[in-house]
Design a binder for this molecule. Structure first.
Ligand code: IVH
Length: 670
């Protein structure tokens, strides 16, 4: 291919890819398959690789990959980015309309109404049709430069569509947001990686856009809607409605759902209709924005210091409803934690009937001072579990006694113990509610590693009464297993074999498998190393445990109370009786050194060579510790692919950041 041909082909590809990007991301109406699109994209990448001097900065291939910045640069806005007066009462909306009529001295005013997106506001600058700069709102006067991050948003054209010449200068305001399904998927990915999930799509969008590393933003599914021309070299359309049409013609995404309203009653109807469709929209909105349509009238009305006089946000009523607490029940979770649960007189909140709401823990119940019979406001935000927002005092009401946590577990009757704000059942494996979880945990990979003992099998074994404690696993017979759903001869044999295999276990794995509160893999190893045998651990007192470095008062109490429970001691005895052979762990597994002693590692993002567990094991074998959050005391943050917010925290706290390769080197040299 000659250079000329390459230029021509690249130009054609740029045009086609931009066109399809717009259809796909901007309009949600693709015309070609993903595979065809990929082919075009790959062809462009190949041509650009062969002719790097032909790469234009707004090529779709250049959306990703800028290297991390130190911090986001500050940029002054060309025009102040105002906020909106917001209201929830229709009377206030009528008053707004009256004010508009009075100030404009007109009887008939046309408004444009559109959704109020729940995202974050951005300023987008296009010079001669090319996207050159974008900033967050900041304080309204000065924002943060997020140009490289905005470039990763596929719905945002890097080049304006135009019929003849593009405007020499255009400043647009829009809202960056994240769709609900994308938000949920992102949170799932984050949680799987051990990172903290975002509370709502708005936080997720803000967190993603304000990344220092645009590669992270690129991996986050953001989108944008534009709703205001802040500056334009040339004639600005005469109404807001036409402004949105102009933005559309340039290929910028605008609010699809909108209405030109000829009266304020029409605005109210749009508000109602939009509220009704709110639950079915794929993104979050928190009201509508009402704007005087004519731009000359907008100019005439002008602005106050923080908000324009010609527009308002007419918010939806918060998704809160009033109801009555009929009872407070206590549920027992798989780890034994007792959770108070308000049983409510059923009430519809934002289209969903709610009859129970979590009260989290006893402190929360006390803080909100809610009792049986009280009138309360129930709240539902996004798809979050309903919660009690607050108590609504009723004059002259006769209130019942304050709620108190039970002394005995409502499921098994064992004593209830307290740990900070949390109450838990001490019954451990004798509590049916905990038994399933305990067995699943006992059989899991890092504990006894019993292959084939999945959730479904455990549930059946417990429900049929075949397994009442951990030791019962070791007297299961083939006939019993054959009675379970989905168990043929082969599956039963295999499961029995893996149960048999699990009988040789190292002390640390057994300790980990017992599911003692606060005793995870690391503490289990520390204990095994220090005490050597199960009988020494069972004979130890709280004070003995406290002597061990790394074991604090809470863990000591937890250990001592577990091993002093008669029922737990019996289970231990039966486990041994049924053939469990406990080996002391190899002295300092992996001939580990103590070179990481006192060092704390935090991992963020995915690692190529290790699972998170393996990486943790490596650190611990060398005497170090792994933590899930970054603090000043963190020694190293190891950043893998798609690192999360911990990377920024590390930068802010000036903690040493290692790549995976550097981490591997460090382990090796140790
Ligand atoms: S118009 C001067 N339109 O709501 C014009 N704002 O509380 C000002 N917002 O900071 C904004 N959707 O981030 C406008 N369709 C929409 C909007 C919208 C969401 C946000 C915007 C603003 C906030 C005001």
């Amino acid at each position: 291919m000659t250079r000329r041909e390459a230029v021509q082909r690249i130009t054609a590809l740029l045009r086609d890819i931009r066109h399809h990007d717009h259809l796909y991301y901007g309009k949600d109406r693709p015309e070609i398959s993903d595979a065809e699109y990929d082919r075009l994209f790959r062809e462009l990448v190949e041509l650009e690789t062969a002719h790097p001097d032909l790469i234009v900065s707004d090529s779709p291939t250049q959306r990703v990959g800028a290297s991390p910045m130190g911090e986001l640069a500050k940029v002054p806005h060309e025009k102040p980015m105002l906020s909106l007066d917001s209201m929830t009462d229709r009377d206030d909306v009528f008053a707004f309309a009256t004010r508009m009529k009075r100030e404009l001295e007109k009887d008939h005013i046309i408004y444009t109404a559109e959704p109020k997106f729940d995202g974050l506001s951005v300023e987008l600058v296009y010079d001669r049709g090319t996207f050159v700069r974008g900033a967050t709102r900041g304080d309204g006067k000065i924002g943060e430069d997020v140009t490289v991050n905005l470039r990763t948003i596929r719905a945002l054209p890097l080049q304006l569509h135009h019929t003849r010449t593009p405007p020499s200068h255009l400043v647009v305001r829009g809202e960056v947001y994240m769709r609900l399904d994308e938000f949920q998927a992102l949170n799932r990915r984050m949680t799987e990686r051990g990172e903290e999930a975002f509370a709502n799509p708005r936080n997720a969008a803000a967190g993603s856009l304000r990344q220092l590393d645009s590669r992270i933003t690129a991996a986050r599914p953001l989108t944008v809607a534009c709703y205001d021309i802040m500056a334009l070299a040339g004639a600005v359309p005469s109404t807001h409605w036409d402004e949105l049409e102009a933005l559309t013609a340039w290929g910028l995404p605008v609010p699809e759902h909108r209405r030109r309203c000829h009266s304020i009653e029409d605005v109210l109807a749009f508000h109602e209709a939009t509220d009704a469709m709110r639950e079915s929209l794929p993104f979050e909105i928190d009201g509508i924005v009402v704007k005087v349509d004519r731009r000359d009238w907008q100019d005439q009305l002008g602005s106050k210091s923080r908000s324009p006089r010609w527009a308002i946000a007419y918010k939806f009523a918060p998704r809160k409803e009033i109801t009555i607490i009929q009872d407070i029940a206590v549920s027992v979770g798989r780890t034994g934690t007792l959770t108070p649960l308000a049983l409510l007189k059923p009430v519809e909140v934002g289209g969903v009937t709610i009859s129970r709401a979590t009260l989290h823990n006893a402190d929360e119940v006390a803080r909100k001072d809610v009792r049986v019979g009280d009138t309360v406001k129930v709240e539902r935000a996004g798809d979050v579990i309903p919660a009690i927002a607050e108590r609504v005092p009723v004059p002259g009401e006769q209130r019942q006694e304050p709620f108190a946590m039970p002394d005995q577990c409502p499921v098994c009757g064992s004593a209830v113990a307290r740990e900070g704000a949390y109450f838990y059942c001490t019954g451990q494996t004798v509590c049916v509610a905990q038994l399933r979880g305990a067995i699943e945990h006992f059989a899991s990979k890092n504990a006894l590693d019993i292959d084939g003992m999945g959730k479904k099998t455990v549930a059946q074994l417990v429900d049929l009464g075949l397994v009442r404690d951990l030791a019962d696993l070791y007297r299961l017979t083939k006939d019993q297993l054959l009675n379970l759903d989905g168990f043929a001869d082969r599956a039963a044999t295999l499961l029995l074999e893996s149960i048999e295999r699990s009988k040789s276990v190292t002390l640390d794995r057994l300790l980990m498998g017992l599911g003692i509160r606060q005793v995870g893999q690391h503490i289990a190893r520390v204990l095994a190393k220090k005490f050597g045998t199960l009988s020494r651990i069972m004979a130890a007192t709280r004070e003995d445990f406290l002597q061990v470095r790394e074991i604090g008062p809470e863990i000591s109490v937890s250990l001592a109370s577990f091993f002093s429970e008669e029922r737990n001691r019996q289970v231990m005895a039966r486990l041994i009786q049924r053939g469990l052979m406990i080996a002391s762990p190899p002295v300092d597994a992996g001939a580990g050194s103590e070179t990481f002693a006192g060092k704390t590692f935090v991992f963020t993002g995915g690692l190529a060579a290790y699972s998170r567990d393996q990486a943790k094991q490596l650190v611990e074998q060398h005497g170090g510790q792994v933590s899930s959050s970054v603090s000043k005391k963190t020694s190293y943050v190891v950043a893998g692919t798609e690192p999360g917010s911990k990377l920024n925290q590390a930068r802010n706290l000036k903690v040493t950041i290692l790549t995976e390769a550097e981490f591997t080197d460090l382990v090796k040299t140790e």
